[in-house]
Write a protein that binds this ligand. Structure first.
Ligand code: SF4
Length: 238
């Protein structure tokens, strides 16, 4: 009985939540009319939004982004501060024993897989790209350990974004803003590439990431302090 009652209450809550979101969507303009003002207000609110990783070259950038999987940017910066003094060129990653490289990146987690990817990446850079990080998006995607998100970050930071970076903040806030209903990052990116003007593909993810860190928290969004509430966000609690 308790279980049935609980399930019933959950269903009522779901229906109420869905109808609330449906109603809320009606009180904001269509997303194509909101994207411009959303970008403008977030740009004012987070004028300092930029990548939080510290790097001084394309090689350091791609290594940092790769190491940032499943850990924080602060943690990666702590590790790379020493790493980049010791490993300056692709050859440096190959001339030490694997165990030593694993030890040097241990604090970023998943160190075995990351060390393997780093060595594979450096081998390919030396053999196919004269030791340089390629600029073409499809070449970046061929590098071991480089998936679409990493290639997107690297391209955007080099001033030629080829897509929209989708991380946990971008996913959550895009959904709350009604910019996508998708859960799969590739489909979310496709929706955002259709909506966000191309010249903002690089800036947009930084704005959402900083908005997520500072205001639109996953558990407790601070709508009362949000510049998008209530007229631009269908999920606003105000
Ligand atoms: S109004 Fe609330 S839910 Fe919408 S973006 Fe702002 S903080 Fe997030």
């Amino acid at each position: 009985m308790v279980v049935r009652g609980g399930a019933c209450r959950a269903r009522v809550t779901t229906i109420v939540a869905k109808s609330y979101i449906k109603e809320a969507r009606k009180r904001v303009p269509p997303k194509k009319d909101r994207i411009g003002p959303v970008l403008e207000r977030l740009a004012v609110e987070h004028a300092d939004a930029k990548i939080a990783l510290t790097f001084a070259s394309p090689l350091e950038l791609v290594v940092s982004v790769m190491l940032s999987a499943q850990t924080t940017d602060v943690n990666v910066n702590r590790v790379t501060e020493k790493l980049f003094v010791k490993y300056r060129r692709p050859e440096d990653y190959l001339k030490v024993p694997v165990a030593e490289l694993e030890r040097d990146i241990f604090a970023t987690g998943f160190y075995r897989q990351k060390a393997k990817s780093l060595r594979g990446m450096m081998t390919m850079l030396i053999e196919e790209f004269d030791g340089e990080v390629p600029e073409a998006f499809n070449d970046l995607l061929r590098l071991p350990g480089v998936a679409r998100k990493t290639a997107n970050v690297v391209s955007a930071e080099r001033g030629a974004p080829q897509g929209v970076v989708v991380d946990t903040h971008v996913r959550r806030i895009s959904q709350r803003l009604g910019f996508t209903k998708q859960e799969d990052p590739v489909k979310i990116e496709r929706d955002l590439m259709r909506l966000v003007p191309r010249e903002s593909w690089g800036r947009f993810p930084h704005l959402l990431i900083w908005h997520g860190r500072r205001i639109c928290d996953a558990r407790k969004p601070r709508c009362e302090d949000c510049p998008l509430a209530p007229d631009l966000c269908p999920s606003s609690r105000i």
